[in-house]
Design a protein around this ligand. Structure first.
Ligand code: IPE
Ligand code: IPE
Ligand code: MG
Length: 255
């Protein structure tokens, strides 16, 4: 992404939006349909969200599609989700590429089948040159896994003599976490009404503004996303400073 952001803190538009897409199962259950119908309806909402980001000039979108813990769901649900994932990869990549979306996957990729891994690699390769929207799909992803794999990468560098233990600091660990090349999420949205992080981006969300809605993921519409943005624009992000410092940074810090 460009170093000089058009969006970001102070502009009212987040540069990076992170979303927990929750509530597919309940959406289907309320209609007395199998949970899988909810997941299918959820795939449509993904497009609503991507379109919204493209229209509003949000430069990065990270979607939580499947968590490390979701592998523990009933076998038939996991199997059906994998099929849906595979179909979506086959169906959507061309259009995403056409619209200038760069697609990447974060998570423990080795847990997926060879066929899915191949599709993921292809989607990343085909869209690698795009810069309009950086779309990261968190699949087989857990925030704890992310931090642990970054710690392992640090240990490997130390063991290989490439890094001194004294050089290990927040910056060094951050550089080895997923999404390190993007600005951290400015705004987090979770649908489905539950007020928790569920092992999403634990490291990256340190100073992210959190926003929750009762709306279930398949119900997602532009108006809901717009209310999240409106709310975000009204907030004062202080990053540990005082409100006065943030309101008049130069006067406060140079005094
Ligand atoms: C989110 O919807 C999608 C995945 C976790 C794959 P859920 O399937 O968790 O839906 P609810 O929370 O049971 O309604
Ligand atoms: C979080 O939803 C994971 C995804 C949306 C992919 P879950 O439905 O798995 O979260 P919990 O278990 O209710 O916290
Ligand atoms: Mg859920």
């Amino acid at each position: 992404m460009s170093p000089e952001p058009a969006n970001g803190p102070g502009t009212g538009i987040p540069r990076h939006l992170a979303v927990i897409m929750d509530g597919n199962g309940r959406w289907a259950e309320r209609r007395r349909r199998p949970r899988m119908i909810g997941h299918r309806a959820g795939a449509r909402a993904v497009n609503v969200c991507i379109d919204f980001c493209l229209e509003r000039g949000i430069q990065a979108l990270t979607l939580f599609a499947f968590s490390s813990e979701n592998w523990g769901r009933p076998e038939d649900e996991v199997g059906a989700l994998m099929k849906l994932f595979m179909n979506a990869l086959e169906r959507e990549v061309e259009e995403l590429d056409r619209r200038g979306v760069r697609v990447r996957f974060i998570g423990e990729r080795t847990r997926f089948s060879e066929a899915i891994r191949q599709r993921m690699d292809e989607a990343e390769a085909v869209t690698a040159g795009n810069d309009r929207l950086h779309l990261s799909i968190a699949a087989s992803y857990g925030g704890r896994w992310d931090i642990a794999q970054a710690a392992r990468a640090l240990a490997e560098d130390v063991a290989a003599g490439r890094l001194s233990p004294d050089a290990i600091d927040e910056h060094a660990l951050h550089a080895r976490t997923c999404l390190a090349e993007l600005p951290p999420p400015d705004l987090f949205i979770r649908t489905g009404g539950d007020l928790r992080i569920s092992n999403f981006l634990l490291w990256q969300l340190a100073y992210t503004e959190l926003w929750f809605t009762e709306a279930l993921w398949p119900e997602l519409d532009t108006a809901t996303l717009q209310s999240a943005l409106d709310d975000y624009a009204r907030r004062q992000r202080r990053f540990g400073l005082t409100g006065a410092q943030v309101a008049a940074p130069r006067t406060e810090t140079s005094a």
